[in-house]
Design a protein around this ligand. Structure first.
Ligand code: URA
Length: 432
């Protein structure tokens, strides 16, 4: 078999066999196939796409390129969740304790934030003492004892995806549906959970800018997972406006804790509850009504909050900061952003708000850059609300002496009008 022929087949619109896909992925991961040829194949896929069968086979080849987590001892109770990334998305911190308190096993690998979107591992590390790096033995032991563990990806999980993603980043081939779907799903398959709930974000702050594009990505990922023997469901949710009221690591932990104590913003609660319900339906075989009731009861009874505390303590986090969230890292400076004109907020540009949080120190532009856990934004007014000129609309938290044009950037993200906007659906679709 020659890589040349594989590239030519895809360039000419043909379909690749499983053997050809395995050959390309194994060769590229091992170094026998160079970046030039792999980049040519990625570009041919970008132009000509892949069938569902080819996409599933690419996913499996990447999932098998390195280590995988064996969760088979937990039977079918394991459930993972993945978000395609957004601004203010702290749903994992809420839904994993809910699902685990109802009997599901959540053993999750999570990434760090990059660019304007955040990562769950960073948010958790804003809790003093919380360890995100665990050995496989510790990871499994905690899953067994607590039913809930979240760690950063082990060194050798899906090395093929790591290498290919970096190459796609350099060769303008990231935005290809089969390449995105196989990249995400390869990590989920290697992470071992029997059920997977995907939160596919749609809107200005997301990878997929329209609901139809998000639905298309969701369908491909659900198809891949199902072909590979997993139970998968995708919830398409709005990411035109940041989720909830906080953006930034410690601020988001605080918001998640408050939601589990029975408070919290309606949009965040709606997304979290729908995701958690779907997790319970898939992993524990609950019906829709039963799952809905279980989720609500777990929060109102305090069981989900208790599970959160058990989880954080098991990973070394200082529980005093959960009990009293004012002990979480706090920024030295708080800047109040005041509305320049009166009107109803009709839109909040999630990407701009994410960039604003990053400029305050809450995010990183490049991999491995340090971040400031205390930095971020508290949104005091959201889409649909009326604001009067001079009224505070947000608080910006930073440890930087010079926050640059962060206030201006925040204000530029808001659009206002004399009449209120139509209410947008936050949960757009569920793809089974
Ligand atoms: N996230 C991933 O993990 N992979 C992609 O290709 C795009 C987003």
């Amino acid at each position: 078999m020659r890589m040349y022929d594989i590239i030519k087949t895809k360039r000419d619109g043909g379909a690749l066999t499983k053997e050809q896909i395995d050959f390309a992925v194994t060769g590229f991961t091992g170094g026998g196939i160079g970046e030039g040829q792999m980049a040519a194949l990625a570009m041919a896929i970008w132009f000509n796409g892949m069938s569902e069968r080819e996409t599933a086979e690419l996913t499996l080849a990447m999932a098998r390129s390195g280590d995988s987590v064996d969760l088979s001892r937990f039977g079918t109770k394991t459930v993972d969740k993945h978000s395609t990334g957004g601004v203010g998305d702290k749903t994992s911190l809420v839904i994993m304790p809910i699902a685990a308190s109802c009997g599901a096993v959540c053993a999750k690998m999570s990434g760090r934030g990059l660019g304007h979107t955040g990562g769950t591992a960073d948010k958790l590390e804003s809790i003093p003492g919380y360890k995100t790096e665990l050995s496989t033995a510790r990871f499994l032991e905690q899953a067994e004892k607590v039913g809930l563990v979240l760690a950063t990806q082990s060194g050798n999980l899906t090395p093929a995806d790591k290498k290919l993603y970096a190459l796609r980043d350099m060769t303008a081939t990231v935005d290809s549906l089969p390449l995105i779907a196989s990249s995400i799903m390869s990590k989920k398959i290697a992470s071992g959970a029997h059920s997977i709930v995907l939160d596919v974000k749609a809107g200005g702050g997301a990878f997929m800018k329209t609901a139809d594009d998000a639905r298309a990505l969701a369908r491909v990922m659900v198809d891949i997972g199902t072909r590979l023997g997993r139970k998968v469901r995708a919830v398409v949710t709005d990411m035109d406006t940041p989720l909830g009221t906080a953006v930034g690591n410690a601020l988001e932990v605080r918001e998640a804790v408050e939601l589990l104590r029975g408070r919290g913003a309606d949009d965040l609660k709606e997304v979290c509850f729908v995701l958690a319900e779907n997790m319970l339906e898939l992993s524990l075989g609950m019906g829709k009504d039963e799952a809905e009731k279980a989720v609500r009861d777990s929060v109102s009874s305090g069981r989900a909050y208790k599970k959160l505390c058990e989880w954080i303590a098991a990973q070394g986090g200082d529980l005093r900061c959960i009990d009293d969230v004012s002990l979480l890292p706090r920024a030295a400076r708080v800047l109040e952003v005041k509305a320049e004109k009166s009107g109803f907020i009709t839109a909040m540009d999630a990407e701009k708000i994410g960039r604003c949080a990053m400029s305050l120190g809450a995010g990183r532009l490049e991999k491995d850059m340090p971040i400031d856990f205390a930095a971020g934004i508290e949104m005091l007014k959201k889409t649909g609300e009326y604001i009067s000129a001079g009224e505070p609309v947000a608080r910006l938290y930073t440890n930087k002496n010079d926050a640059g044009n962060a206030e201006k950037l925040y204000l530029s993200a808001l659009e206002t009008a004399d009449t209120p906007p139509e209410k947008r659906k936050i949960v757009i679709d569920i793809i089974e």
